[in-house]
Ligand binder design. Structure first.
Ligand code: GLC
Ligand code: CA
Length: 545
């Protein structure tokens, strides 16, 4: 029954931040051959696709999100030949490869911008967003950079400002100019022709700005000493309705290739606006990223409410997705605590929709505090002390208990976590109750259970405010997920469905067997995955890891 669904609906996406995954050549920075060397691990883990953050030539002002050449590999990460090897090796293992596409901005070192800034009448001038000063001689309007300060940088040589939604080394492209859109389409073709399985498009909701350059209004709910970017309601500098035809054309390009390529959009917007990025005829992003699980306070009623609201807001036929962590937000295990992190993983992997998780979350990696002199992230440098910096969640993958956690042979570009001797892949592979073992067990079950891959979702009453419970159903197959988001044990009273069920997985990986749903006990921070109507599986019980 799952044949009717695409791989990106059934499958699980794993995000790799290439600087920090695996260093193959002892320079302290992860690289493409490093990823290739670890593909067996990912295959064993049971994920279906990897999304790799940018590895293109870049001055690294924003660690690769400032691209100086869209169609090559930065020497730090390897070569195009290394990429081809990685892609082929992934495909041999049945793993899809999704690339990061950054259409909103380039590096200021991109030849397009270097040309654009030479003169007002340069043919590439209109490839970027140049404006005269405002009436007072200052910036053309009040728009803010995501990373602190004005979004406008002054160019003395030509007497105009250019827009940069992120750092000033990342000038925004003018996607209203058809030549720019065509150039980005060429970039997409370059990689699609090479065989990549799709793109995650960076700041998809930011690609167009107000064509009248109106000031953003203040945000009445902004708290002083919080992220200064949020002091305004960003209604004119992003999420413009006229961006949708451009996204639809990107989608048509992706769809014109054989073999089920996917277009994912990075979009930080509330449900109602987010859903517009599916397109009026489901002809825009296949998956507009849904970041709610990253942002939500971790309480059962709030999580349930958010899941139900998202499900209700989806357009007919729009496929849901859930993101638990990424390179821009603090780590799951630090947000909710190590014990709850396992509950979070079970939630991610059993909700309806495509899960995306961040490298290292499977072993319970935590944020690493970064001393001021080791800060790398431009956001933390521009807006220090508010906890906005992203270095803590970008530290090296913890592979083993050896030097530098097996990531490198020299001190890495960001420090390795103190806990790497106990929190690492090698140890967790030996431990049948580890977080890694949990992920493998759930992914293995998911892989052979249509109800978990594509079944319907329905929240059910659990009889306790700390517990979030829901059913996943496909045909006769019904699976029940019971998550205790609190620190105390509870006896749940589940009457819908009632009867007995088979516990297939506890997040502690220490119990299986039948349980009466009218009095189902869950321990502190425990999540359970139960199969209802389990006559078949009762005969072939699952091994714990
Ligand atoms: C996206 C990326 C982030 C980057 C920004 C600018 O939000 O996820 O890491 O800094 O875009 O490209
Ligand atoms: Ca390296």
């Amino acid at each position: 029954m799952t044949e009717a669904y695409r791989w990106w609906q059934r499958g699980v996406v794993y995000q790799i931040y290439p600087r920090s995954f695996m260093d193959s050549n002892g320079d302290g920075i992860g690289d493409l051959p490093g990823i290739t060397a670890r593909l067996d691990y990912l295959q064993r883990l049971g994920v279906d696709a990897i999304w790799i953050s940018p590895f293109y030539p870049s001055p690294m002002a924003d660690f690769g999100y400032d691209i100086a050449n869209y169609v090559d590999v930065d020497p730090i990460f390897g070569t195009l030949a290394d990429f081809d090897v990685l892609l082929a090796a992934a495909h041999t293992r049945g793993l899809r490869v999704i690339l990061d596409l950054v259409p909103n901005h380039t590096s200021d070192q991109h030849p397009w911008f270097r040309e654009s800034r030479t003169a007002r009448d340069n043919p590439k001038r209109d490839w970027y967003l140049w404006r005269d000063p405002g009436p007072d001689g200052g910036p053309p309007n009040n728009w803010l950079s995501n990373f602190g300060g004005s979004a406008w940088a002054w160019d003395a040589a030509t007497g105009q400002y250019y827009l940069h939604s992120f750092v000033k080394e990342q000038p925004d492209l003018n996607l209203r100019n058809p030549a720019v859109e065509a150039a980005i389409a060429d970039v997409m073709r370059f990689w699609l022709d090479r065989g990549v399985d799709g793109f995650r498009a960076d700041v998809m909701h930011g690609m167009l700005k107000d064509d009248q350059w109106r000031d953003n209004p203040p945000n009445p709910h902004w708290a002083p000493n919080s992220n200064p970017y949020l002091a305004q309601l960003q209604i004119y500098s992003r999420n413009r309705p006229d961006a949708h035809p451009i996204i639809a054309r990107m989608r048509r390009l992706v769809d014109s290739y054989p073999g089920d390529r996917v277009l994912i959009g990075e979009i930080y917007l509330p449900n109602e606006q987010l859903m517009q990025y599916y397109g009026p005829n489901l002809d825009e992003a296949h998956l507009p990223f849904n970041f709610q699980l990253i942002a939500l306070p971790w309480s059962a009623p709030l999580v349930r409410q958010a899941v139900d609201a998202y499900e209700a807001a989806l357009p007919p036929g729009g496929w849901p997705n859930w993101v638990l962590g990424n390179h821009d937000r603090h780590r799951l295990a630090s947000r909710v605590g190590p014990a709850q992190a396992r509950v979070g993983l079970l939630l991610l992997l059993t909700l309806r929709g495509t899960p995306t998780w961040y490298y290292g979350d499977e072993i319970g990696m935590q944020d690493v505090p970064i001393p001021p002199e080791q800060v790398q992230d431009p956001w933390e440098k521009n807006v220090p002390g508010l906890g906005l910096g992203r270095d803590p969640e970008r530290t090296p993958m913890q592979w083993d208990a050896g030097p530098y956690a097996g990531f490198s042979t020299v001190p890495p570009w960001l420090p390795v976590a103190d806990d790497y001797r106990t929190v690492n892949v090698a140890m967790e592979e030996q431990d049948p109750t580890s977080s890694l073992a949990l992920c493998r067990a759930v992914l293995a079950l998911r892989g052979r259970t249509p109800a978990l891959q594509v079944g319907s979702y329905r929240a059910v009453p659990a009889g306790d405010p700390d517990v979030f419970a829901y059913l996943r159903t496909a045909g006769d197959s019904r699976w029940l997920v019971v998550l205790n988001l609190g620190p105390e044990s509870h006896t749940c009273v589940l009457t819908d469905p009632g009867g007995t069920a088979l516990i297939q997985v506890s997040t502690y990986l220490d119990r299986q067997g039948t349980a009466a749903l009218s009095a189902l006990s869950v321990r502190p921070h425990e999540g359970l995955l139960l199969e209802c109507d389990n006559t078949l599986l009762l005969q072939t019980p699952l091994s714990p890891a």
